[in-house]
Design a protein around this ligand. Structure first.
Ligand SMILES: [Zn+2]
Length: 429
């Protein structure tokens, strides 16, 4: 019989090697050595790494690729970014938001990034960005799983119509309940917003993903409330705490009490290394805090932690390229996660861990899973992060949807072999 696709001689992220992956009807039908069937398309992985697709569980697609509109962020701070986004909002059109989002999705597909959770600001009474991204979610569904979070950027209580607009956005089909407790007027308002938003999620049967404690304030403790409300309402495993940068600055004794509470509530932790390292510590002279939350300390508690990209060429960040290996690379450095085991974790933090945080069905390289995968120009996950390896082939439901030629040097200066593949320098594991 003839299959849709066979990927031959693949190395998997868990270390297994020399395997063939058979795909039929959009699913993986076999993973074993020496599959004899024929297929409409055969890819020779050549012993290289085949991974399930990259996932970005924290992004802002309504703002992406808007860099310079209507002006640049001079101070580079979070608060100027929020102010600048407020200047841009009245100028947005449905068409422009959708067009930028779709351009970004093209880039994401080429980078093997096939699932994205994006926050969408609901503080504009027109809900223009919500409607534009709902359109985009439908249009790109054949390629990317897009989840939308109703995000009250200017505060659930602080912005006059945010509560009403958030309900409207959820009625329109937005998937997840968002929040921003540290931006409310008072700590008490922040805590009240966490409780109110978790109750909305419980009533509607939705997940929660809050921007939580995105500050350098060691006393910003909304994550404590988020964990407590999650447990009270029985939402364990369905609530994400994004950023949690205040934990970087918290008292160590207090953190020793907090981590078990986060574990008990099964909070999905999402750090955003590119953004945390440039936005946090801005009020410091020296030493300057890094601001990334305490990922290595969470791991022994069994807390599921992921890395998100957050921003790409928008009011908060001028760089970004939809490359989740760049995100993993930064998270690894900022968190000083340099053991081989910790580096492997950093690859999981942009693949399997965010799949769990987003509750994606059929994700992974197993028989019966969706036939979605990425062939990388690397031998293993650590080398993929080191090289920010090329995506030689991106597969969605058994079809190749993007290809990039391998990076090779063909010039020989001194008679050495003329072809140099950067992946050839991998050390033995
Ligand atoms: Zn964000």
């Amino acid at each position: 019989m003839s299959l849709d696709l066979i990927v031959r001689n693949a190395a998997l992220p868990d270390g297994r090697a020399g395997l063939d992956i058979a795909c039929e009807g959009g699913r993986i039908t076999a993973i074993e050595a020496g599959i004899t069937a024929e297929a409409a398309r055969v890819i020779d992985a050549g012993g290289r790494l085949v991974s399930p697709p990259f996932i970005d569980c924290h992004f802002h697609m309504d703002a992406t690729l808007s860099l310079g509109l209507p002006r640049l962020n001079k101070s580079g701070t979070l608060l100027e970014g929020i102010g600048l986004w407020g200047e841009l909002k009245p100028l947005l059109t449905h068409e422009a938001v959708a067009e930028r989002a779709l351009r970004y999705c093209d880039l994401a597909v080429a980078q093997g990034l096939l699932a994205i959770r994006t926050h969408v600001d609901v503080c504009d009474d027109r809900l223009l960005a919500v409607e534009a991204l709902l359109d985009v979610r439908e249009r790109i569904a054949p390629y990317i799983d897009l989840q939308l979070v109703a995000f009250p950027q200017d505060g659930y209580y602080r912005s006059p119509n945010a509560a009403k607009n958030l309900d409207r956005a959820l009625d329109l089909g937005v998937d997840v309940v968002g929040g921003i407790p540290h931006f409310e007027r008072t700590m008490a308002d922040g805590a009240a917003s966490v409780a109110a938003l978790c109750e909305i999620a419980e009533k509607r049967g939705l997940m929660v993903d809050m921007h939580c404690d995105e500050s350098d304030d060691p006393l910003s403790r909304h994550i404590e409330t988020l964990a407590a409300e999650t447990t009270r309402l029985g939402l364990q495993g369905r609530v994400a705490g994004s950023h949690l940068t205040s934990m970087h600055s918290m008292d160590n004794y207090y953190v020793s009490k907090l981590l078990p509470l986060i574990a008990e509530a099964d909070i999905q932790v999402i750090a955003n290394p590119l953004i945390n390292i440039v936005l946090q510590g801005r009020h410091d002279t020296y030493p300057k805090r890094r601001g990334q939350t305490r990922i290595p300390e969470m791991r022994p508690h069994g807390i599921n932690a992921s890395f998100g990209q957050d921003c790409c060429m928008d009011p908060w960040y001028s760089l970004g390229s939809a490359d989740m290996l760049e995100v993993a690379h930064m998270g690894l450095h900022v968190g000083q996660m340099t053991s081989r085991e910790a580096m492997r974790f950093c690859f999981d933090a942009v693949t399997v861990n965010p799949a769990k945080a987003m509750g994606l069905d059929g994700y992974g390289l197993d028989v019966g899973c969706n036939a979605d995968m990425v062939l990388l120009q690397a031998a293993d996950p650590i080398e993929a992060i080191r090289l920010k390896a090329r995506r030689l082939a991106v597969v969605r439901r058994g079809k190749v949807i993007a290809e990039t030629p391998p990076q090779i040097a063909t010039l020989s200066l001194d008679g050495r072999p003329p072809t140099v593949d950067p992946a050839a320098y991998a050390p033995p594991v």
